[in-house]
Structures are given as structure tokens and as C-alpha cells.
Design a protein. Sequence first.
Length: 337
Amino acid sequence: MSDPLASAGTASTPAVAAGDELVRVENLVKHFPVRAGGLVRRTVGQVHAVDDVSLSIPRGQTLGLVGETGSGKSTLARCVAGLIPVTSGRVIFDGRDITNLSRGAMRPIRREVQMIFQDPYSSLNPRRRVGAIIGDPFAIHKTATGGERKRQVQELMERVGLNPEHFNRFPAEFSGGQRQRIGVARALALRPKLIICDEPVSALDVSIQAQVLNLLADLQRDYGLTYLFIAHDLEVVRHVSDSVAVMYLGRIGESGPRDPIYASPRHPYTVALLSAAPAADPDTAAARQRIILPATCPRRSTHPQDAGSTRAARKRKRCAASKSPSSRPRQATRPPT
């Protein structure tokens, strides 16, 4: 049986000059307060959504961010996009520190950082026509009006594979894949440098996933886009990413170039994730040894010293006393067999 995602191709690795980073995240921390009480509410704890994360994305490349539900991927993405304030740490975008900028100072950055959301149904206003939805960036940033805005919107629709004549239709008149293309067109409107893809294909059929992935690859090649690609599907991440970061309980357990991560994962949690990924080849699936992690995760309000130490099938004594190896992700030693 052939891999249904094979048609999406594999991500190429363009030559990037040393130090040519579009995004750099340094020791990022985001905690949410846990409040209790009646009329007078008090803070009784902190949820460690993102805890001391550092990563970088070279210009024109794709970083795939993977991890189970609740690992902090979307929170990290929203911190990078400046949608929520960070507790500590820094976000550097195109050489500028954008950490906790004011709303006015952040406005020009919004043109260069856009998002594609997971759900193509709830991310579009059902009461507005598609032309108005895609044209919102032009209206908000006052870059095009009237007939010029309509022309650019129709060009965007054609670029993402939609019929420009459907400019006046409502989102309910489109399929799920077409709605996601509308979201892609909206994100592309202002020609951003960075697009954060928050699980953009997880709600789509596999055949439609390949079409959307091909579209994203074409847009990256044509416009030099940089992607932060968040997904649960490890095969999707493998096809689209140049580098991969594995996130667990708010920390980066392992990160590095795509091929070494998949060929020889060094962190036990990465090994467990890869063992759970379905294989198209029945012989490969039968030969794979599945690693079952305990279902109960550690409480996020009382964060353990090491993100994987309480659930990893193989661990060392030093894991309970040391922090997650996010600061030197590819230096971790392989656990003993």
C-alpha cells in the first residue's frame, strides 16, 4: 500500500547563511495563574504552559513542532505571534525584540506574522462573504480599497486554487479543504515573512491534506515564506519540515534536523511518539515495537524537574534531578537498552 502523503513530496533544505534566523526564541516562559475562592479570588498555583523553551527558525525554512495534546505547542505559537504576553524570555523576529510590545508597536509586525488555524469551520465568520474575509487584512492595514482590494482578493483566491467568481459566496458553500484554502489566502494577503500553521491539515481528509501541503510548499518556494508548522501527525511533519522540535509538558525534549530525529531519536519520549505513528507498509507496522506510555500525565501546576522522567519507559537517576535537555537537545545520550 502506498503512502497517501507521498504526493506531497519532501521538504527541501535551501541554503541559508549562517546566522540568518528569522525567528529566535530565548528561554521563553509562559505561566497561567490558577485561581480559587469566591468573591475574593486568589492565585493558588501556576500552570506551566511553556517552560524555558529556546529555538530558532532560519529564514525560508520550516520548523515542525510536534507533541501530544496539552504539550504547549499552540501556546508557544501564540507567544511567538505576540497574541499573548509572555512571563519571561525573549522573542526575536527579524532581528527585533518583539517580546510584550504594546498594541500600537506590534501593529506593523502583524503584517509580517500570520496564522493558519486548525479548524477551517470555526476560523471563518459564517455571516460574512469570502471576499470580505480574505480582504480584511487589506482593510485593517489600509493597503488597498475598493476595486483594487477586490482585484487582489480574487488574485489570491486563484493563487490558492479557488474560483475567483466565488468571491461573494459564504463559507458554508465551500468544502472543508476549500475553507482551509480561504484561510491560507487570508494569511497570505499581506505577503508575510512568517506563517504559523497551527495544525492546518488535522481536520481534513488524507487526500485533501496532500493538496493543502502541496499548496503550502508551492507558496513557500514562490514567496520565500518561513513556517512554524504545528501538527500531531509525525508523517506530515516529516514531509514538510527542515527541522523538528519535540515538545512535552511545556519543554523541548529534543530538536534538530529532520532526518537524524526520525532515524535515531535520542529522547525516550521521541522514541515513544515515533513508535505510535502508523506505517503504510504492513511489514514495517508488524515489525515495529510499540511503546505504551502511562496515560496519566504529571500535573502542570506542579511541574516535575524533568518532563519525561515520570512517564519514560527508560530513564536514569539523573533525570529526576535535572532539567529537560531543551538547551542542548541533540547532546542527550541514548538510554541504555
